[in-house]
Design a protein around this ligand. Sequence first.
Ligand SMILES: [Zn+2]
Ligand SMILES: [Zn+2]
Length: 393
Amino acid sequence: MIPPTLTSPNKLTVPKEETYFTFAVIVSVIAWAALAITIVGLFYALLIAFFIWMGNGLLAAHLRSEAVQVNEQQLPRLYAAYREVCAKFNLDEPPDLYVVQAGGALNAFAARHAGRSFVVVFSDFVDALGTDSAEMKFILGHEIGHLRSRHILKQILLAPGLITPLLGPAYRRSWETSCDRYGAFAAQDINASTRAMMVLSGGKDHAKELQAGPFADQHYHERGFFVSLHELSSTYPTLSKRVTDLLALETGIPAERPPRNPFAYLFASFVPGGNTGAPANALIFVVIIGLLAAMAIPAFQKVREASQLKVCLNNERMLSAAFDQAVLENGKPPTSVAELVGPGKYIKQMPVCLNGGTYVIPRGATSGEEIFCTVHGTMENIQRKFNPTAVRH
Ligand SMILES: [Zn+2]
Ligand SMILES: [Zn+2]
């Protein structure tokens, strides 16, 4: 019997994926806007885009030349199963499918380059699941789900949201949960879908003896701090949780959510998302550092500039007071700073402007307020820099 949740290809995305999508868009729009207005950020963004594009191009080239493209001649049974899955999702033009030997790894992925999508299945995974089994259709459907949901494009456009702690991993996990539903829809067989999971978890030779039910129970029994932290920082739901969700499809009622250790949220909020080891993530990290530096350096310079101005202002105040003192004592205004500064005079040592300015009494000055720094100007000039909107006199 086909469970009610698996009757339409249009209701497979889980609602929380859409919720996380909204948050990821908000974070990403802010981050991209911040990048765009700082020249350094823009430079890094373009550099990263270039590296991602290059890496992606090389991956596509590697597959097109080293991996075997599956078609009517090459692995025709796998190709027929693949066409069948694509037809279930109303895809007239199926993306290219490749099988590649990957040193025994059991995996599959979807990718896109230069406007062409493709699905890649590791050869040992084909050996383990069979070329046209319902298990294989589950895997193919899962990858088609990624393409149909435009996850590859979102991975780039929403990159800032995806590396945000807690949000990014949660959003990525919801992708996998949705895509597992695509897979189950493609297979139209929950048991086969969980068997494919058991192969991922227990390996190809023993999976037949493994049972999905007890494995799903592990998700309910292992609820400690470290398991919670692992779940929160991981971009994939744990395999036991994925099995739990697949089994829940049978009834159409979402699986019960066991609680996580609350301290794990605290720790996970410091773990950036996207810990998949992809070089793109490291590069995005570089962008963030560059962005922070671009924002921090001007702020730091502003603070330093303000303190330099303050020193100069205090110097001028001191000289101005000495000027007024000299007027009182001599009955006429001094004509040079040298009259005010020196041993036995009003100020013992020449005050130093941190920006190398020297202090000058203009010709015919009658007030200490007219003393100016050759770099910063008069006291009034400096005060106006601190408070540009204030109107004086
Ligand atoms: Zn996936
Ligand atoms: Zn100065």
